[in-house]
Design a protein around this ligand. Structure first.
Ligand SMILES: Cc1ncc(COP(=O)(O)O)c(C=O)c1O
Length: 428
């Protein structure tokens, strides 16, 4: 532990550690928080929640979770493959399948486990079956800015998780430039061998950049590789992209069938922690055979199934999204308004979605900026300096009002003026 101790002490001394906030209660975008280090309490207006459609406190969603507790209790007390599968799991899988236009869906506790299960199932199958020989290598192409759950699963992809060594043929993983389909095409030409199984995996909306994967172009590139698999991580896309919140296919006005028609197998990972007021993840596929493999993957067998209240909240949230498309259009309108106000106020933003990264000039430290916003204005945004390049990360949601955004912009302008180094202001 010596290295850990010395490192952490220096880390804290240099101010690079994240501040810790503890929530004591929440009403829409008003949150009662405590600064863990000082015990100081603030009632703040939040711009850092991922509750994009505002369903976390929606009465129907809360009630569904409460009813599920009455029916099943708080835990299923087993993994799904043994005795922990409940009817709500099946209902949620069916609802997602319809929502995503892919008929076969399997649930997981979270995105990291879903991705790991997908790599295990796709690359390594399951238990040895007499008479079946797995001989084909896998080539996986991954966008360089993919989320950690993908990177992590790919780092293990050559070995089935839960086993010391895999018996399967090799898995080769290559990165392509961010959203660059020419680079993807070039690298596929360079690395794909004739008998390879090919998979491309990417965030649909990039969680630190707020931009959208060029899905139609990717399908075109992959159509040269019949049977190739295209995996979209829709963590920030579901409920947020497309007219009805259907996700990235909806955004581009296409469906997974369009990929299938071009010889590409579309897989979608949905997560429930953002639009669906809950936690958990699902993988949806057009092929029935993937599901039983996901069901017995190490991350399904080796851990608890999705608890009933969590499942019920996600299920009711998806029903709400499908019933109330106005939630999605409000989110889109709010995103447009906030992005335009930020530009008017000379803040540099990237991306186009409700995830809004604001790149500050190098003289402005995001952590100092966010602390000032909290302290002086009661406004909560996420400073980023350790997961990605320094920035503020602001998320628009369907519950914000224009007055909330006007207040945020005024506070950001005041903060910029207050913390901008005075020597630079004098010479500017
Ligand atoms: C692209 C992406 N994938 C996966 C995740 C993880 O999702 P969850 O926390 O719902 O498991 C996130 C969370 O921020 C994400 O942005």
């Amino acid at each position: 532990m010596e290295v850990v101790k010395e490192y952490v002490q220096r880390w804290m001394a240099s101010g690079l550690d994240p501040d810790e906030y503890i929530c004591h209660g929440r009403d829409g975008n008003r949150v009662d928080i405590e600064v863990a280090a000082t015990g100081q309490r603030y009632n703040v207006l939040t711009f850092c929640t991922n509750d994009v459609l505002g369903l976390v406190n929606e009465p129907a969603v809360r009630q569904a979770a409460i009813d599920a507790i009455h029916q099943y209790g708080t835990s299923n007390s087993s993994c799904a493959v043994l005795s922990g599968r409940i009817d709500l799991h099946r209902q949620l899988e069916d609802e997602i399948s319809e929502f995503k236009h892919l008929p076969h869906t399997q649930l997981f506790l979270n995105a990291w486990m879903a991705m790991e299960a997908l790599m295990d199932a796709f690359c390594h199958l399951a238990i040895p079956v007499p008479g079946f020989q797995h001989t084909r290598e896998t080539l996986i192409m991954s966008d360089v800015l993919n989320h950690g759950c993908i990177i992590s699963a790919l780092a293990h992809a050559n070995t089935r998780s839960g086993k010391a060594f895999s018996q399967s043929p090799k898995v080769r993983v290559k990165a392509f430039r961010h959203c660059n389909m020419d680079d993807l095409a070039r690298k596929l030409k360079r690395y794909a061998k004739p008998d390879d199984r090919i998979m491309v995996v990417s965030d649909a909306v990039f969680s630190m950049d707020g931009d959208i994967f060029p899905l139609p172009e990717a399908i075109d590139v992959l159509s040269a590789y019949p049977g190739s698999v295209l995996v979209m991580d829709e963590a920030h896309a579901s409920g947020a992209l497309g007219k009805s919140g259907g996700g990235i296919y909806d955004h581009y006005g296409i469906t997974p069938q369009d990929a299938i028609d071009k010889g590409v197998v579309p897989l979608i990972m949905t997560t429930f922690s953002k639009f669906a007021a809950s936690a958990g993840a699902a993988i949806s596929s057009p092929e029935p055979e993937l599901k039983p493999l996901l069901h017995v993957s190490p991350t399904s067998i080796g851990t608890i199934s999705l608890p009933a209240p969590v499942t019920a909240a996600a299920l009711e949230s998806i029903r709400q999204v499908r019933k109330r498309p106005e939630l999605v259009s409000t989110l889109h309108e709010n995103t447009r308004y906030l992005r335009s106000r930020l530009l008017e106020a000379d803040f540099e933003t990237v991306g186009t979605t409700n995830v809004i990264p604001v790149l500050l000039p190098p003289e402005l430290d995001p952590k100092t900026f966010a602390r000032h916003l909290l302290d002086k204005h009661g406004i909560w945004v996420s400073p980023i300096w350790f997961i990605a390049k320094p920035r503020l990360r602001i998320t628009a949601n369907a519950l914000h009002t224009k007055a909330d955004y006007d207040r945020l912009i005024d506070a950001m302008i005041e903060t910029r003026d207050a913390i901008y180094p005075k020597t630079l202001t004098a010479t500017a």
